[in-house]
Design a protein around this ligand. Structure first.
Ligand SMILES: [Zn+2]
Length: 261
């Protein structure tokens, strides 16, 4: 039995695409999650939605309780997570409005709790391939079928925020091999892996960050405008991809067991 978790923001707070909708309150050992889970069904698949930044988008990226969000989805029985995020582009060819399905991350966060295991249980989980390849391939195939402009691989750099990058930082991220930059993927994907949940990301490029000499540096308004224009593409891929997801035993499910010390 599969259950799909969806973590996102704009465009997913209105559950009109779901039937049997209800909200579910969850307590977790790590405190409260960003908002009550929105649970429902579509295509006969059970869905649980977390609004990462809360109902009114008031929770800044460093303050998101990533552990509570992932714990709540695990507790709800979620087997696969499709996350969405806005991101800045570090590459000319990743234009605003394009989607990227990252296969790697580089962690530039500083103050986030990035493991469930803080007590006596030490866990060194493999992060060589952090995103679920099976789930990624389903998203890529769906984007191809729906003719949505996308990039099938990419390295996402997650910064602490809430400020945007300097030009020098933005240029450095390019040298390091980053393709896009955002503020939310780490530790979300790390915790999903610890929880044994398949996790894939649809990142929407909204701007050229700060490196691009001929483009104006990113502003929040720029991000919001591009998100509004392109959120339907993300939704389309999400819903068309759902019926293709199956419960095949994936290494994401078992990785954590071999990581216990
Ligand atoms: Zn997987």
């Amino acid at each position: 039995m599969i259950k799909i978790g969806m973590i996102g923001g704009s465009g997913f707070d209105d559950p009109d695409f779901l039937t049997d909708v209800r909200t579910v309150k969850k307590g977790t050992p790590f405190g409260g999650l960003s908002a009550d889970l929105i649970v429902g069904k579509t295509h006969d698949v059970e869905i649980a939605i977390v609004l990462r930044h809360g109902r009114q988008h008031r929770i800044r990226p460093s303050a998101v309780n990533y552990r509570a969000n992932i714990w709540a989805l695990k507790d709800e029985g979620v087997t696969h997570i499709i996350a969405t995020t806005a991101c800045g582009s570090l590459r000319e060819e990743i234009r605003p409005g394009h989607l990227v399905f990252p296969d790697q991350f580089i962690d530039f966060t500083r103050v986030r709790k990035s493991t469930f295991h803080e007590g006596d249980q030490v866990v060194h989980i493999s992060m060589a391939d952090p995103f679920c390849d099976r789930l990624r391939q389903i998203l890529i195939q769906t984007a191809e079928e729906e003719q949505v402009t996308h990039h099938p691989t990419g390295t996402v750099i997650t910064i602490e925020g809430p400020r945007f990058s300097t030009r020098a930082e933005s240029r450095m991220f390019r040298i390091l091999g980053g393709d896009i930059v955002n503020m939310s993927t780490v530790p979300e994907v790390v915790l999903a892996r610890e929880a044994g949940i398949c996790y894939a990301l649809a990142a929407m490029s909204t701007d050229y960050d700060a490196w691009h000499e001929s483009e104006a540096p990113v502003t929040w308004e720029m991000i919001a405008t591009t998100m509004r224009k392109n959120v339907e593409n993300v939704k389309k891929i999400f819903f068309k991809a759902l019926p293709k997801i199956t419960y095949d035993m994936c290494s994401c499910r078992t990785e954590v067991e071999s990581a216990m010390v």
